[in-house]
Ligand binder design. Structure first.
Ligand SMILES: Cc1cc2nc3c(=O)[nH]c(=O)nc-3n(C[C@H](O)[C@H](O)[C@H](O)COP(=O)(O)OP(=O)(O)OC[C@H]3O[C@@H](n4cnc5c(N)ncnc54)[C@H](O)[C@@H]3O)c2cc1C
Length: 365
């Protein structure tokens, strides 16, 4: 009998497991892949993500971006500069392996399983069955990503939506900046190019339901951007969004990270809320084991507030893309935005520091 079982050893599972282990709880992390493993992800850690981490990840930082180069469909380039770093670039296989090592060092146990086949919530514990073994814990946390089996088994997903992103490695390009975002290349999303030291991580993100992102769409983007279309390590994955509607339905089984739809739908940034939601669930279990469900819901308030703003912003931002990207050039928007990013603020917190935002986004309407 463990105090907690985490299904999934990505950022959300490790964040929850780390806090639980440090608090002296017995913790079992289950994953169906041995680490290090490939996780489709651009591996960009914003400063708010770095602040949410319990330890330094300097050993796995490849490059540091102190500005964002932005275009609207590769036109009208804008340089959003900052005096301080706004993003640390990692490779997810390295980042996740490092975080798992820290979590095991904090006292968590790690075990490989084939899959989660059944979950049964009893009065004082949860029974979890994989294809080959059975486990018991006082709490089970589903941290198994956008295609969460735990969420599926709970049947808890009317609020859940999926976004999609594909990515690959491309050769370094002499004209590229550390962090480039090209809006307008795909509907309700963007293309990116991030420097990782020995290669560029390039990709496409969309929140638009039903859009197919393919090798061909990525090749076309690279050809337009760099006049060459060679890439390798091509992968893609769904991202979990819609988490503003997630309310824990069970006393002893919670969802965190992408499983709980915690990714920001505007940017597809998910590691920050994966860490924060994992920590929120752990805190609820540590401090309020008899009323952890209510405590976890309360602990999600700040994340929900930010996601609520992002849900309001997405249609307005992508629906008026030309105006929105041009607005990024205005000093009254650009400066607080970059200062906020460099200070580790969330989008909804930055919004409060901007005097006037277009599309009524400055106030809750
Ligand atoms: C192409 C792409 C680029 C992205 N770029 C960024 C970025 O630059 N910055 C950013 O902040 N976010 C980015 N994201 C989002 C980010 O990757 C996710 O939000 C984040 O990984 C969520 O963390 P998680 O721990 O909830 O889930 P995951 O990282 O998906 O981890 C889930 C874990 O659960 C395991 N698992 C799955 N199913 C089972 C099962 N049945 N049994 C046991 N284990 C299971 C998996 O093996 C995995 O280890 C990107 C996403 C994609 C797809």
């Amino acid at each position: 009998m463990f105090d907690a079982i985490l299904v999934g050893a990505g950022p959300s599972g490790c964040a929850a497991a780390y806090d639980l282990a440090v608090a002296g709880k017995s913790v079992l992390l289950l994953d169906r892949q041995p680490f290090p493993r490939v996780k489709p992800c651009a591996g960009a850690l914003t400063i708010k993500t770095v602040r949410a981490l319990r330890y330094s990840v300097d050993p796995v930082v490849r490059t540091i971006a102190s500005g964002i180069h932005v275009t609207n469909d590769l036109d009208n380039p804008t340089e959003l500069r900052s005096q301080h770093p706004v993003c640390l670039m990692t490779v997810r296989a390295e980042f996740d392996h490092f975080c798992l090592q820290q979590t095991i060092a904090a006292g968590a146990h790690f075990h490989l399983i084939d899959d989660v086949c059944a979950l049964e919530e009893k009065d004082d514990h949860v029974a979890l069955r994989s294809g080959t073994a059975e486990f018991c814990a006082r709490f089970v946390i589903g941290a198994d990503g956008a295609n969460s089996k735990v969420r599926l088994l709970l049947g808890d997903q009317p609020w859940f939506r999926r976004a999609l992103a594909i990515e690959a490695h491309a050769p370094l390009h002499k004209d590229s900046h550390p962090m480039e975002i090209d809006f307008g290349v795909v509907p309700r999303g963007y293309a990116w190019s991030f420097q990782k030291g020995d290669h560029l991580n390039v990709g496409l993100y969309t929140e638009q339901q039903g859009i197919k992102l393919t090798r061909a769409s990525l090749a076309e983007y690279l050809k337009r951007k760099f006049q060459r279309e060679d890439f390798d390590h091509f992968v893609g994955h769904y991202l979990g969004i819609g988490g503003v509607g997630y309310t824990p339905q069970h006393q002893r089984i919670f969802l965190v990270g992408d499983a709980a739809g915690m990714t920001d739908p505007v940017s597809g940034e998910g590691i920050c809320n994966a860490l924060k939601s994992g920590q929120a669930a752990a805190k609820a279990i540590i401090k309020h084991s008899d009323a952890a469900q209510v405590a976890y819901q309360a602990n999600l308030a700040e994340i929900h507030d930010d996601l609520e703003f992002c849900e309001r912003a997405i249609g307005k931002f992508y629906g008026h893309l030309g105006t929105a990207v041009s607005a990024l050039r205005l000093p009254g928007i650009k400066r607080p935005l970059m200062k906020g990013y460099a200070n580790g603020m969330t989008l909804s917190a930055i919004r409060k520091s901007i005097f006037s935002l277009p599309f009524g986004l400055g106030s809750k309407t």
